[in-house]
Design a protein around this ligand. Sequence first.
Ligand code: SF4
Ligand code: SF4
Length: 618
Amino acid sequence: MPLLCSADEKLCAFLQEKEDVETSFDRVPGQAVKCGFGLQGVCCRLCSNGPCRITLKAARGICGATADTMVARNFLRAVAAGAACYLHVVENAANVLKNAEPPFPGEAVLEELASRFGLQAQDPRGKAGELANRILADLYRPRSAKMELAEKLSCAPRFKRWQELGILPGGAKSEVFDALVKTSTNLSSDPADMLLHALRLGIATGLYSLMLTNKINDILAGEPELGTVRVGFSVVDPEFINIMVIGHQHALLAALQRELTAPRAEESARQAGARGFRIVGATCVGQDMEARCAHAGGVFAGHAGNNFTSEPLLATGGIDLVVTEFNCALPGIEEICEKSRVRQICIDDVAKKQNAEYLPYDFKKSRETAWKIIEAAAESYRNRRSQVAVTVPEHGCEGSLAGVGEKSLKKFLGGSYKPLLDLIATGRIRGLAGVVGCSNLTTKGHDVFTLELTRELIRRDILVLTAGCTSGGLANCGMMLPEAAAQAGENLQSVCSELGIPPVLNFGPCLAIGRLEEVAAELAAALKVDLPQLPLAVSAPQWLEEQALADGAFALALGLLVHLGSPPFTGGSRLVTDILTRDLEGLTGGKVLVEEEPVRAAEALCDHIMKKRAALGI
Ligand code: SF4
Ligand code: SF4
C-alpha cells in the first residue's frame, strides 16, 4: 500500500482501511518519474517529422521551431482548451436561461443585469431570453467583432488598459478557434503574439465564463447566502437515496434540485424503501450548490469534497447514482462505480464516462430529464443496497462557513466594503490573497501545499478568499470554522473574533473567481485606483488543468501577481518565462511567480502586498 499523502487526515485514515479500492492516490507512484521535456514544454508532435524535442544538442525542431516557439504554442493551446471548457459552461447556462420559466429564485440578479445591459424586454421571461441571446451572440461573434458586453462587465481602468494594449477579445469561440489555427503546424512562430492571444482568451473566460455564469446560475438557483454547513463524507446519510453530482454546471442541475422537492419525489423514495432523496456535492458544482443551499429546499445534503475525494467518496458505498455534467469527473470513478454497483448518468457528452448512460440534456425539457434521473436513482438504490456494504466514515466537520459572495459579503459588512477597507487601511488585515483553483496529488500531495500556504498567509494577517477545489479541501480540513482563527496572526485573529468569521472565506467553485474579481473591482473603485494597485495577490498553489491556466490568463490581464506552486510547463523558454514573470508587469501589471515551497511563497505574496500598501501610503 503506497503512502497516502493528503492534508485531510481523516481521508487518509479512511483510504488506509479500503485496501481493495484503487484510487488516484495509489497511482501516483507509478507516474513519479516525470518527462523533463514535457515539464519544460519543449516537445512538439504537430507533424509527422516529430515528435521533436529541444536538447542541448538540438536547439530546433526539424522545421526550425525554437524552444520559444514550442513553449508558446503549447501554452496557448492549453489556455485555449481551458477557455473552451469554460465557454462551454457559460453557453449551456445561457441556453438553460433562454428556456427557463419564471418565477426565478434570483430575479433581483436578472433585474440588475437588465439595467446594466439596457435590455428592452419588460417581463422576467422576456428579460431572461434577451439576456441569454445577448450572451450567446457575443460568444458567437467573429474574431473581428469585439464582444459587446465586455465593457459593462469590466472595471473601467482595466477596460481602458486592455483597449490600449489591443487585447480586447473578439467573439470568444472564434478566439479559441484561431488560437488552434495559430498554433498548428508551421503557422505562428511568434511567442509574444501567442501570449497576447492567451490574454485575450483569459479576458473572455473571466468576464463571460466566470462572471456571467455565476450570475445566470444565481438567477436560476438563487444567490449565495452566508450560513454554516456540514462538509465532508459525513453529509452522506445512508437512509436516503444519494445522488452525487460532479461537474461545474449548476444550471443543468437546477431542475433536478427543484423536482426533488416535489411530493412525488418523496413518494418515489418511500416506495424504494428510503427516507427521501439527497444531492451530495462533489467538485465545483457541489460548491455551487453549497453556496446556494438556502434555496435548495433541503434536498442538498452538503459538499463532500473536491476533485480527488470523488473516488474515496464512492468507495463509502453510500452513493446510489452519479450524475456527471462536466469535469472533474475522473476516469478512475468508473471502476469504483462498477464495483459498488453505482449507476452513472451523464447529461453532457463532453463528460461522458465510458460505462455511463448518456442522457442528453434537452433545454426545452429539463423537467423530464430531472425525472429520468430521479427514477434511475430510485431504481439503483433498490438494486444495490442489499448487495453492497455502506461505510460512511466520520469525516469533515460541522459549522463550516459557506455562501460567501460579492453581495453576501457586502451585506454582512453592513451594505458597503468600507469596513473591510478600514481594516486594511489600519493594517489589522494586511491584504487579501485569493487562494484559488484546483487540487492535485503531486504538488506536495492532495491539498498539502494549499493548506500550508493558507496557514502561512493567515499567520501574516492576510485574509484568504478561496474559490475552486481549494475551498473544498480547506473546508474539510476545518479552515472555514471560526476556530481556525486561532492559527491566524494576532491582528487577523482579533478581526475574526469580532466579526465571528473564519480567516478563510469560502466563495465556492472555481467559477467564483469571477466573484473575487467583482469584490476586488469594488474595492479598487472605492479607493479610486486600478486593480494592480490593491494589496492583493492570487495563488493557484495546486493548479491542475488547462482551465486553471485560462483562469491564470484572466488574473494576469487583471494585473495581479499570480503564484503557482508548480510550473506551467514553460520553463524551457527563457523568452516566455521572462515575459510571464517579468515583462508582462509593464503591460498589464500582472506577472507569474512560480515558487514550490509554501513558506517562501507566502513570504513573496506578503512582500507583494506590503509593497502595494506602501505605494498606497497605508
Ligand atoms: S512541427 Fe516542427 S517541431 Fe513540431 S514535430 Fe513537426 S518538425 Fe518537429
Ligand atoms: S477547481 Fe479545478 S479541480 Fe476543482 S472542480 Fe474546478 S476545475 Fe476541477
